[in-house]
Design a protein. Structure first.
Length: 337
């Protein structure tokens, strides 16, 4: 809990103060240090510490602006608890403008809790996670979909085996408080085919297992700032803060009807050519509906269709399509909240 001085790396902030600094995560040849920028907004009143983390993948940038905007407008005199912000936690990948960094090519979001004596990404994960375990009570891990895709902002909360019902409830309540329409609940004991890559090293999973309830906020697409997605993220951060008792709830329009997606599926192409995408993110489609049509210069090659009634979470915007390329991400089972 806040109410005392907080320190992360070189950043320090007593109650009522804002601290700026860096956390050293590595070093390159010729003595070039690799540092993650850290911002602490420490309220005058006691309360929880909410950690806001972003750019764990270097092309996922919207969180940087959303976190910056929130921190510039929060009044420390009215804040109960503190924000600790690392919205650019993978600096080498950001510099390379890529999901992963060019030195070990590891996905940082599959390396937590990290290794003190491992490769660069493992050491970065270790340095970050050590500080998170010491300071954070809750965490939001910000992401976007890839640069070739588009999606309305949505949340993802994962239930790892061994989590208590209380912790599961805390995680889901916080994710729903973020306030977006589509919210994906992923039970890792039964989920198959709906999470790309490994999840054992994911930041949100490891935080939750360490007693720090956490969820992912997917806010728009990679590679650029998107004002609408950034505004959604700003409002979501404030809603989560209000849910945790850190600030007073804002007077705003009611949240949209929320959906909890309980099973998801990737849709891959059996055709090669150019994709004319018909489905849009956030819409509901019926089984057999056309998601996209694959064409070449002379003819229609084939139609990619929904395998079941579904909510469209993400669609491909890159038209060049090979066999096996991902076309869409669908929610195929869901409940209304």
């Amino acid at each position: 809990m806040a109410g005392k001085e907080l320190h992360v790396g070189s950043a320090r902030a007593s109650p009522g103060q804002i601290g700026r600094g860096h956390l050293k995560v590595g070093e390159l040849a010729l003595n070039a240090e690799l540092r993650v920028p850290v911002l602490i907004v420490n309220g005058r009143q006691d309360g929880p510490v909410l950690w806001l983390n972003g750019a764990v993948h270097g092309d996922e940038l919207n969180a940087f602006m959303a976190v910056r905007n929130v921190c510039r407008t929060i009044a420390v005199d009215d804040l109960a608890g503190a924000l600790v912000c690392t919205p650019v936690c993978n600096p080498l990948a950001v510099q390379w403008r890529n999901k992963v960094n060019p030195y070990d090519f590891l996905d940082l979001d599959q390396q937590f809790p990290g290794k003190a004596d491992g490769q660069y990404s493992e050491r970065t994960a270790h340095a970050l996670f050590k500080e998170m375990r010491a300071a954070a009570n809750y965490l939001i891990s910000f992401h976007t979909v890839g640069t070739s895709f588009s999606a309305e902002p949505y949340s993802v909360h994962k239930f790892a085996p061994g989590l208590s019902p209380r912790t599961r409830g805390q995680i889901e309540a916080m994710a729903l408080a973020f306030g977006v329409r589509l919210n994906c609940r992923v039970d890792l004991s039964s989920a198959t085919g709906e999470v790309p890559g490994g999840v054992a090293g994911a930041l949100d999973v490891n935080c939750s297992l360490a007693g720090i309830p956490a969820f992912m906020a997917e806010i728009g697409s990679g590679g650029r700032f998107q004002p609408e997605a950034i505004a959604v993220a700003e409002a979501g951060i404030r809603r989560v803060m209000a849910h945790l008792g850190m600030i007073a709830p804002a007077a705003e329009r009611p949240m949209p009807r929320q959906i909890v997606v309980t099973r998801r599926a990737f849709l891959y192409s059996d055709y090669a050519g150019f994709l004319d995408m018909q489905a849009r993110p956030g819409t509901r489609v019926a089984k057999g509906a056309a998601i996209g049509t694959v064409i070449d210069l002379f003819a229609e090659i084939g139609v990619v269709r929904a395998p079941a009634d579904a909510f469209v979470i993400m669609v491909r915007e890159e038209p060049v399509l090979h066999v096996g390329d991902r076309v869409a991400f669908l929610g195929v089972e869901w409940t209304d909240v």
